[in-house]
Design a protein around this ligand. Structure first.
Ligand code: PMP
Length: 312
C-alpha cells in the first residue's frame, strides 16, 4: 500500500477510530464562524493552536425556560479571559450574543439547554508563538447537558483532595477560563482512580481552592464559607449567585481561605457551577461530611436557586 495514496485505506488499523464513544444528537447544528453547520461537519484545523496548545477560551452557559441565564456575566468573563490571553476574536460581545441566539434557534432549544461558547487562537505554524496565527474560530455548541447522574444529587458526591494543585497565581490564572484544563483533568483522573466522584484542588499554599469544574462552599454552625478568588479559583457565576442568595436568606457568609481540616470539620460541603448547579459533597478523603448526607443549608440554597431561576 502506497503512503502517497490520496484515497487512503487506513494503513494502521485503529479500533478506536471505528468505535466513536460520543455521537452528538442527530440533527445538532453548530454555530461556527458565522455559519450553522451539522455537528459532523463542524471541524477545526489540526493547525489551530486551540488543538495544538489549548490556546483559547470558553464559557459554559445555561439556558432556562428559553432564556440565557446570567448572559451579561458570562459575556463579561469571556471578555476578560480573551483580554488576559490577548486574543482578538474580531467580533463584538453583542455579535457573540446574537450567535448564541442563532445556535439556540437552529436547534429548537426553546426550553432548557446549555451553551458551550469557545474561541480558538486560530491556525498557525508549529510553534507556540501567537505571532503567526490567524483566523481565530468562534464556536457555539447549543445542546442539553446533565453533568452528574441524577442520583448523585440525592446522595451527594464523594471527593478526594487531589495532589494536583491549582495553577500558581503567576502561571496562567485559574481566573481565566482557558481551553487548557489539563491540570483539572489530572485531578479528576486522580479522583476516579481513587474511587471518588470528584476532586477538590488545593492551591500552591495548601489552601482549599475548588473542584475540577466547580466552586466550593462549606457550612459550619449555620454559617457559610467560600474561598476568595485570590486563592486561585475561577470567579464562578453560580458562586456569585449562591452568595447573593445566601445573604438574602440571612446566612452569615465569609469569603476566607480554608484548609483541608476545615472540610473534615464541616457540617456540610457543596459545589456550585453552571452545569452542576448546586451539589452536595458528603465525603472528603473518606471522612463523612456531617452525617454523610446532603444537609439542610444546602437543601435550602438549592430551593432558593430553583426559585430564582423560575422567577427570572
Ligand atoms: N471552577 C472551574 C474550574 C470551572 O471550570 C467552573 C465552570 N465549569 C466553575 C468553577 C464554576 O463556574 P460557573 O459557576 O461560572 O460555571
Amino acid at each position: 500500500m502506497s503512503h502517497s495514496s490520496a484515497t487512503a485505506t487506513p494503513v494502521v488499523d485503529r479500533p478506536a477510530l471505528r468505535d466513536n464513544p460520543y455521537n452528538p444528537r442527530a440533527g445538532l447544528k453548530i454555530w461556527m464562524d458565522g455559519q450553522l453547520v451539522p455537528a459532523h461537519e463542524a471541524r477545526i484545523s489540526v493547525f489551530d493552536h486551540a488543538l495544538l496548545y489549548g490556546d483559547g477560551c470558553f464559557e459554559g452557559i445555561r439556558v432556562y425556560n428559553g432564556r440565557i441565564w446570567k448572559e451579561k456575566e458570562h459575556l463579561d468573563r469571556f471578555r476578560l479571559s480573551l483580554k488576559a490571553i490577548e486574543l482578538d476574536i474580531g467580533m463584538s460581545l453583542d455579535e457573540v450574543a446574537v450567535a448564541m441566539r442563532e445556535a439556540l434557534a437552529a436547534n429548537g432549544l426553546t426550553g432548557d439547554g446549555y451553551i458551550r461558547l469557545l474561541a480558538t487562537r486560530g491556525v498557525g505554524s508549529l510553534g507556540i508563538s501567537v505571532k503567526h496565527t490567524a483566523n481565530p474560530s468562534v464556536i457555539v455548541i447549543a445542546d442539553t447537558i446533565a453533568l452528574y447522574p441524577p442520583q448523585l444529587y440525592e446522595t451527594g458526591l464523594s471527593c478526594i483532595i487531589s495532589s494536583y494543585i491549582r495553577n500558581h497565581p503567576n502561571s496562567a490564572s485559574p481566573r481565566v477560563k482557558s481551553l487548557n484544563y489539563l491540570n483539572n483533568i489530572m485531578a479528576k483522573l486522580d479522583a476516579a482512580e481513587n474511587g471518588a466522584d470528584e476532586a477538590i484542588m488545593l492551591n500552591h499554599l495548601g489552601y482549599v481552592a475548588e473542584g475540577t469544574g466547580d466552586n466550593l462552599f462549606r457550612v459550619r454552625a449555620g454559617e457559610l464559607f467560600t474561598p476568595p478568588t485570590s486563592d486561585g479559583i475561577l470567579a464562578g457565576i453560580t458562586r456569585a449567585h449562591v452568595m447573593e442568595l445566601a445573604r438574602g436568606a440571612g446566612y452569615p457568609l465569609h469569603v476566607q481561605s480554608m484548609i483541608r481540616q476545615d472540610l473534615y470539620e464541616a457540617d456540610e460541603v457543596f459545589l456550585t457551577g453552571t452545569a452542576a448547579e448546586i451539589i452536595s459533597v458528603v465525603q472528603v478523603d473518606h471522612r463523612l461530611v456531617g452525617d454523610g448526607k446532603p444537609g439542610p443549608v444546602t437543601a435550602r440554597l438549592k430551593q432558593l436557586f430553583r426559585e430564582s431561576i423560575d422567577a427570572a
